[in-house]
Design a protein around this ligand. Sequence first.
Ligand code: ADP
Ligand code: MG
Length: 395
Amino acid sequence: MSRAETHEDLNAVIRQHSEMLAAQLHSQRESLFPPDASKAMRKFTSGEAAALLGVNDSYLRKLHLDGKGPSPEMSSGNRRQYSVEDIQNLRILLEKTARKPGDYLPGRREGDHLQIIGVMNFKGGSGKTTSSAHLAQRLALKGYRVLAIDLDPQASLTALHGVQPEFDLLDGGTLYDAIRYENPLPITQVIRRTYIPNLDLIPGNLELMEFEHETPRALARGNAGLFFFRVKEALAQVDDRYDVVVIDCPPQLGFLTMSALSAATGVLVTIHPEMLDVMSMSQFLRMTADLMDVIADSGADMSHDWMRYLLTRYEPTDAPQNRIVAFLRTMYGDKVLNAPMLKSTAISDAGLTKQTLYEVERSAFTRTTYDRAIESLNAVNDEISQLIQKTWGRP
Ligand SMILES: Nc1ncnc2c1ncn2[C@@H]1O[C@H](COP(=O)(O)OP(=O)(O)O)[C@@H](O)[C@H]1O
Ligand SMILES: [Mg+2]
């Protein structure tokens, strides 16, 4: 067999495998979700709604009995069940009589700048997508106006939000359309609403790779402009519509990540505390610093409001992990978020059915498993919320 023949064979096999897989995935999806099915958010118990709003359940009950605000659905056991829309409407109602402004609607006020959080690390599997999704959803559930952007061509964040990157985005619809060099579209054309009020999404798919290929060509032609500002400029078009943007970055330091880094006001580096991951992180940090120098040299302001490390998939009972965590905390001090994201089968199982844990009912897992995971996720996300508030000058 000549070399040319083997080469051709490999191509054919790969193509055939790709088609087989696409067909399988397609039929699987058809059987799981009817073609026009879209994801919906579950209902929240009155206890969950009260916790999200930061009030007592008895107070919510009183509002309900007084006929104030949305009327919750009654479950078979005669328990009040709140939709995410109900919770948002209650926020608006409660804010009107709040003791301090922002008690129920924590978003931007006059003079506060848009928070753009880049979640990055070039290590795949370090928990970027899981962290981004739970952060974006939690902030939206807490009343912030949030835009989540999937900048990873592998599009896991997109799939997690019920958009199928290989079927639903055949005519484009990713951020690429808004940052490309030829005829970019207004960013509003690629923003979609999700099943959570306050949470919008810009999905991703493989088309994002075009930005990696096109940027060097545009640079060579001399018309890339300041390519690293593409994301920032696109976001400026919708600056007043959101409080927080969460960007799930690809696992590489390409032009997409650099452009996200230039746009970011906050940077979250996810770390799975294992030796191999930490070793590769050292390279990641050095390369990031080098790239930021290059960008800064061309006159860009590379200052950020904050940068934090987030420990992900952490197992407190694992001695080697604990040594690494201790070492990172000693080395980087308060740059490591206090709250780690614990490893939990609840989180990975939810992911298998394309859901975050916030989308899953407590009854789906044993209580202790669910509660431990939710508490860990909330602690992480609420610590980030505090960083946001601090940036806006609030204690
Ligand atoms: N806290 C966690 N507990 C259990 N599994 C997790 C947790 N965080 C992430 N995972 C799982 O680890 C895998 C990689 O996580 P992911 O967020 O996709 O990483 P990345 O986006 O950095 O590649 C996924 O299968 C995800 O479900
Ligand atoms: Mg990912």
